[in-house]
Design a protein around this ligand. Structure first.
Ligand SMILES: Nc1ncnc2c1ncn2[C@@H]1O[C@H](COP(=O)(O)OP(=O)(O)OP(=O)(O)O)[C@@H](O)[C@H]1O
Length: 293
């Protein structure tokens, strides 16, 4: 079952009579329990996508259903319930995730008090969450007394304490150095494995793909390619990681050619297509090149 399903998602911003199409028919599907990274350059539409998935913004068109909630038609009350119970968030700014005057344990307890868990189960749940993220020893520390990576791990504990179906992480390693980033990405992965929460990490950092099985690239407001990683075992029993890149074909048959392919063959405006028995050929339009000369 899909936990996140976006089809032809469009978001147009209109400012001073100028329209910007931040999302131009984006398709994205995550099955329940998946851990996926969405990667894109600055301006590709990542924040816009996350704003919509988190229920803070409404798309201009298309469809988006997350954890069984239709994000285009939900009422104000549905929106509050969605944000409080269906999804958990980890933001880039560590200060946005935790209340500075509460300890790690109190931060987790606060979200449990706002949720639906039975009162008598809450103290044990706080301990369970801090244990799961390997920060039990920091239970009595305030955010200012923790490193950036520790704050993000407590933030993940807070985000999943109420058992949301979906976890959204916006540049969760944006403020961290490389070693700490790896630690936080691995923490997200182990939480995904332990709890089965469907997890979407949005980042500009392509190295995230080394930590997740599926990376979706967005370019110009659309999903353009996907990298799938799997582990293969050869006849000698040696394991190796294989990463394979796929182009994404949308529902009406459009795909984006990788920029390096376009540059290598100097493809422009028109290309020739030919259907072969088991593949499609794309060639430069030589007549057009002659005209250009
Ligand atoms: N509120 C807004 N009003 C007008 N245009 C906007 C607004 N927000 C974003 N845009 C434009 O929409 C496009 C996508 O922006 P978005 O912030 O989603 O990209 P991004 O991939 O998150 O970039 P970054 O990594 O720099 O945050 C950009 O061209 C941006 O200028």
């Amino acid at each position: 079952m899909s936990e996140i399903l976006c089809r032809g998602l469009v978001r147009i911003y209109a400012t001073d009579g100028v329209e910007v199409q931040a999302l131009q028919g984006l398709d994205l599907r995550l099955e329940a329990g998946e851990l996926v990274a969405v990667v894109g350059a600055s301006g590709s539409g990542k924040s816009t996508l996350l704003g919509i998935l988190s229920g803070l913004d409404t798309p201009t068109g298309g469809s988006a259903v997350v954890a069984g909630t239709d994000l285009l038609t939900m009422s104000g009350r549905d929106r509050v319930r969605y944000q409080r119970h269906a999804v958990g968030f980890v933001w880039q700014q560590t200060s946005r995730n935790l209340l500075p005057y509460l300890t790690a344990a109190q931060n987790v307890r606060l979200v449990l008090d706002l949720g639906w868990s039975p009162r008598r189960a809450r103290a044990a749940r706080v301990t369970e969450m801090l244990d799961l993220l390997g920060v039990a020893d920091l239970a009595d520390r305030r955010p200012a007394e923790m490193s950036g990576g520790q704050q993000q791990r407590v933030a993940i504990a807070v985000a999943v304490a109420n058992r949301p179906r979906v976890l959204l992480a916006d540049e969760p390693t944006g403020e961290l150095d490389e070693a700490t980033s790896v630690e936080v990405l691995e923490a997200l992965r182990s939480v995904n494995e332990a709890t089965g929460v469907t997890t979407l990490i949005v980042t500009h950092d392509p190295s995230v793909s080394e930590h997740v099985a599926r990376t979706v690239q967005i370019r110009d407001g659309r999903t353009s390619t996907e990298v799938l990683r799997r582990t293969e075992t050869d006849e000698q029993g040696v394991e190796r990681h294989v990463a394979e890149e796929f182009a994404v074909l949308d529902r009406v048959g459009r795909l984006q050619l990788p920029t390096d392919f376009v540059a290598a063959l100097d493809l422009r405006e028109r290309v020739r297509l030919a259907l072969e028995p088991d593949h499609v050929q794309v060639r430069p339009d030589l007549a057009q090149k002659d005209e250009d000369r």
